[in-house]
Write a protein that binds this ligand. Structure first.
Ligand code: 5AD
Ligand code: SF4
Length: 454
């Protein structure tokens, strides 16, 4: 069978990145090889995100751009998966008539069959069944050889929290944890293929295993910490209502666990937190931050904030700005609220006008920028351990030969550090832990000077 080419385009979160990797793996036995250009593809798969309106618009504009290509190449197959596929189901066929398949978030495991059906019968296939069999966490070995230093590993799917603004429980289904043996097997295989860092993914890793009676998340981390050859462990996301003391202590006790926690607060006003159904108060959240910093003084804390949730008054918003200043986050993601189909807040009254949402968003980002820069500047003069994961700009000498190469990596606290190195040494540093003294600080990165490689 001659090789056919598949182009996978991913929109959205890390979980989608992981799912797209699984999609590529699943299609390999059908003879599909990855391509980086839509023009050489026999099959194009779009993995979509529905978290905010903007992400959904991105999906439809990508599909719109494919219309011409499909007309020129009628044999080209185009499939749409992910959260928008789950949310819209067969309505997508009406909006984008040239699609061959729509598969939901629970249908990834069945994708090979779906694609075979399209290939053989040239029919349109729709599979948005979230409960059908054939989408287990385990995929058969062997795992592919990895080209990257750092990889995502999904440890949970779905969400049971029903925050009122959020579409995730509706498009990703009920929370479901993967067995520790299966997670460890995958991580061990990744390490064998050269991976040095894993990020464990779940909508709320703090409730890992509770429903199924598996081990706790902190216990899972302890097991991952023992995987030989793995340098670093990260995880995301933590819901503040379930952050346990056991997990806080993991930051102190597990040597490979990176000192960074993403702890989305969403709002600093108790009134809004209640309307969001977040199930914690501002004081409880601030208490968690205090405890975390007492247990692990260096821990970096980042967060998500929604600007202009329905009913958010200027006073509520001021409480959010005040919380940002009180916590002094290491980094922050902020979003203007958008209505999502199926999420209760879409039906809430007192909508904040779009312009005002955007204004508040800008205000949040402005306040945070000073903190990010200040915290980055505090790094100057410190020697940091960095896991090297990228090679970017090259500096050429006058005769065209390469003198120095710019490489990059991250600190344990997840700050990006760029440093220059000899071109002869560069390749051998990829995937290695190095030490660098921080010399300069910017808003999104640091510049360091290599002091040791080990
Ligand atoms: N509007 C704006 N932001 C949202 N988020 C989730 N749903 C919405 C929405 N409807 C944000 C939250 C969440 C992050 C992943 O996306 O801050 O933590
Ligand atoms: Fe959405 Fe809330 Fe679940 Fe996060 S915890 S995925 S915000 S419902």
């Amino acid at each position: 069978m001659s090789a056919r080419h598949v182009y996978v385009h991913t929109i959205g979160c890390q979980m989608n990145v992981y799912d797209s990797e699984q999609i590529l793996r699943l299609l390999e036995p059908l003879g599909y090889v990855k391509t980086d250009s839509v023009n050489t593809a026999d099959l194009i798969i779009l993995n979509t995100c529905a978290i905010r309106e903007k992400a959904e618009q991105k999906a439809f504009s990508f599909l719109g751009r494919l219309a011409d290509l499909k007309q020129k190449k009628p044999d080209l197959m185009i499939a749409v998966g992910g959260c928008v596929a789950q949310q819209e189901g067969k309505r997508i066929f009406r909006r984008v008539p040239f699609l061959d398949a729509v598969f939901g978030t629970g249908a990834i495991g069945r994708l090979p069959r779906i694609i075979e059906e399209v290939e053989k019968q040239r029919i349109r296939v729709l599979d948005v069944d979230m409960d059908a069999a054939g989408n287990e966490f385990d995929l058969p070995e062997p795992y592919p050889v990895s080209e990257s230093v750092s990889r995502f590993v999904t440890i949970m799917r779905g969400c049971d929290n029903y925050c009122t603004y959020c579409v995730v429980p509706h498009v990703r289904g009920r929370e479901q944890s993967r067995r520790p043996e299966s997670i460890l097997r995958e991580i061990e295989a990744l390490v064998r293929s050269g991976v040095r860092e894993v990020t464990l993914l779940g909508q709320n890793v703090n409730s890992y295993g509770k429903k199924e009676g598996l081990c706790s998340f902190a216990q899972l981390l302890a097991q991952v910490n023992r995987v030989e050859g793995l340098e670093r462990i990260r995880f995301t996301t933590s819901h503040p209502k379930d952050l346990s003391r056991e997990l806080m202590l993991a930051f102190r006790d597990l040597d490979r666990l990176c000192k960074h926690i993403h702890l989305p607060v969403q709002s600093g006003s108790d009134r809004i937190l209640r309307r969001m159904n977040r199930k914690y108060t501002r004081d409880h959240y601030l208490g968690l931050v205090e405890d975390l910093r007492r247990i692990c003084p260096d821990v970096a804390i980042t967060s998500d904030i929604i600007a202009g949730f329905p009913g958010e008054s200027r006073e509520d918003f001021e409480m959010t700005l005040d919380l940002i200043r009180t916590v002094a986050y290491d980094g922050l993601f902020a979003f203007a609220y958008s209505d999502r189909p199926g999420a209760p807040a879409a039906g809430f009254s007192e909508k904040v006008p779009e312009e005002e949402r955007q204004r508040r968003l800008r205000e949040i980002l402005e306040v945070q920028e000073q903190f990010t820069l200040k915290k980055n500047r505090q790094q100057i003069g410190r020697v940091q351990e960095i896991l090297v994961d990228g090679m970017s700009r090259r500096q050429m000498t006058a005769d065209g030969s390469q003198a120095e190469v710019q490489m990059s990596g991250r600190t344990s606290e997840n700050r990006i550090v760029n440093f220059m190195t000899d071109s002869a040494q560069a390749a051998s540093l990829m995937g290695k832990m190095v030490k660098a003294e921080i010399a300069e600080a910017f808003s999104h990165s640091l510049r360091g000077k290599l002091t040791a490689a080990f």
